[in-house]
Each structure stands twice: as structure tokens, then as C-alpha cells.
Ligand binder design. Structure first.
Ligand SMILES: *Cc1c(COP(=O)(O)O)cnc(C)c1O
Length: 245
């Protein structure tokens, strides 16, 4: 308990420092505590330590933990539940029913199915579009590896984003990306920077009134992400410790 609170405070401190260093207001950065694999009781401890944004990558897990915490804390706990992982199309109903924010739309089919369910259940869901800038095949997301020079990639992203903005129930609020694995920090930084530039490009293309948010940065790279404009960092291990197998 103590330890969890201390690790949480330490991450907040690092976010604060990274934001200041970049000339940014720390208050514009949301720390999503990635609680995947940890039992729901652990989330109660996290709540007591002050955490209010939780991230789960499996929607089945979200669908168990959310009711558990509501049962213990009541409906006005102030928790925001983030579904952060790529979704299989047969699980879109769970996401539409249990997530408050979804970070990983990677194709139109998912958006369409989410929208259909949201119309039925009367909820609304802010969403991030996941983009793949590293080109790694293991990563989900719309292929934006060469977006600056590739008109086809630009057109695909523009079309998907545009269609999402026309769907009921969904609100496009930003772009999400994952850094490449096992590369030097300068390369990670380049991916995050290009994602920020892509968000600015897309905002202009779609004539959006608000800037797009940026969900990027995890335990190993959230400070780099903040330097490059992240508004949502998704941090698991630095808060909860190493996940068991
Ligand atoms: C697990 C996960 C994270 C958090 O990773 P850590 O390295 O534990 O900080 C962030 N984003 C997604 C999509 C994840 O699946």
C-alpha cells in the first residue's frame, strides 16, 4: 500500500519534471495507471493512493474490475476507465459497455461496431485512433510509416478519421501510438515527434476545432513522450511493479 503510493508519487513527480523541462503545464497530462493483470483489490489500493484513471488492455478484465470497484466505491467514485488494447471485433460490445475512453481503434470495422452498440446502450465513447509509425508488423494501428511522403497512407488515415467523426456515439479525440521495441531513445523520440506532427496535419485536414490529444509513452519512455507532446501516458510497471506471468 505504502509502496504503491510511493511509486505513484514518484511517477507523478517524473511527469511534472518532464513537463516543466518541455515548457508544458503538467496539468495537461493525464496519467493512465495501467492495472492490467492486477487483481481488483489492488485497484482499490491504487484508488486509495489517489489514482483515478485506470487502463486495461483486455476488455473482459475491464468488465470484471469496473463493477467490482463500483460496488466498493459507489457510482460516483470519479474513476475513468481506459480500454487501451487492440480490440477483436467480437469484443466491441464489452468495450462500448464498459470503457469511458478507448485508445486503440485500428480499423473502421471496429469503429462501426462500437458505434452500433453505443447507439443501442445510449453511451458515448471518446476514442483515439491507433497509428503505426515504426512499421513494425507486430504493432497494430493504421499504417503511417511513411505518412509524410506517401499520399496513399495519408488518404487512408484521412478517410478512416473522417468516417469516425461521422459515426454516432464515438468522438475522435486523438491519436495513439506505441514506440518501437528495443531501439535507442532517439528513434523513440522520432516516432513520438512524427506522431505529434501527424496529429497536427490531421487536425488541419479535417478542420477540427480542437487539437487532437496524443496517447503515447509507457514505463520505459513516458518522459520522451511528454517532451514530444503526449497528453495521455499509459504507465503500468513503474506504478504497480513487474507483472507476473
Ligand atoms: C501494458 C500496456 C501499457 C503499459 O506498459 P508498461 O510498460 O507496464 O508501462 C501501455 N499501453 C498498452 C497498450 C499496454 O498494453
Amino acid at each position: 500500500m505504502e509502496e504503491l503510493a510511493q511509486r505513484y508519487e514518484a511517477v507523478l513527480e517524473r511527469i511534472h519534471t518532464a513537463a516543466k523541462r518541455a515548457g508544458r503545464n503538467p496539468a495537461e497530462i493525464t496519467l493512465v495507471a495501467v492495472s492490467k493483470t492486477w487483481p481488483a483489490e489492488r485497484l482499490l489500493e491504487a484508488y486509495a493512493a489517489g489514482m483515478r484513471h485506470f487502463g486495461e488492455n483486455r476488455v473482459e478484465e475491464l468488465a470484471e474490475k469496473r463493477p467490482y470497484l463500483t460496488q466498493h466505491l459507489g457510482p460516483t467514485s470519479g474513476i475513468t476507465w481506459h480500454a487501451i488494447g487492440t480490440l477483436q471485433s467480437r469484443k466491441t460490445d464489452l468495450a462500448a459497455d464498459y470503457a469511458d475512453v478507448f485508445h486503440a481503434i485500428d480499423r473502421l470495422k471496429i469503429a462501426n461496431r462500437l458505434s452500433a452498440r453505443l447507439i443501442a446502450n445510449g453511451r458515448t465513447l471518446p476514442v483515439f485512433l491507433e497509428v503505426n509509425l515504426s512499421g513494425e508488423a507486430s504493432k497494430a494501428g493504421i499504417n503511417c510509416q511513411n505518412w509524410e511522403s506517401d499520399a496513399t497512407q495519408q488518404a487512408e488515415l484521412r478517410t478512416v478519421a473522417q468516417q469516425i467523426t461521422q459515426l454516432s456515439g464515438l468522438y475522435l479525440i486523438g491519436l495513439m501510438t506505441m514506440a518501437p521495441w528495443d531501439v535507442e531513445p532517439s528513434l523513440i523520440q522520432t516516432v513520438f515527434r512524427r506522431t505529434r506532427q501527424l496529429a497536427a496535419w490531421l487536425q488541419t485536414e479535417l478542420e477540427l476545432a480542437q487539437p487532437l490529444h496524443l496517447s503515447m509513452g509507457m514505463t520505459d519512455d513516458f518522459e520522451i513522450a511528454i517532451a514530444e507532446g503526449a497528453t495521455h501516458v499509459r504507465v503500468g510497471r513503474a506504478i504497480f511493479g513487474e507483472r507476473g506471468s
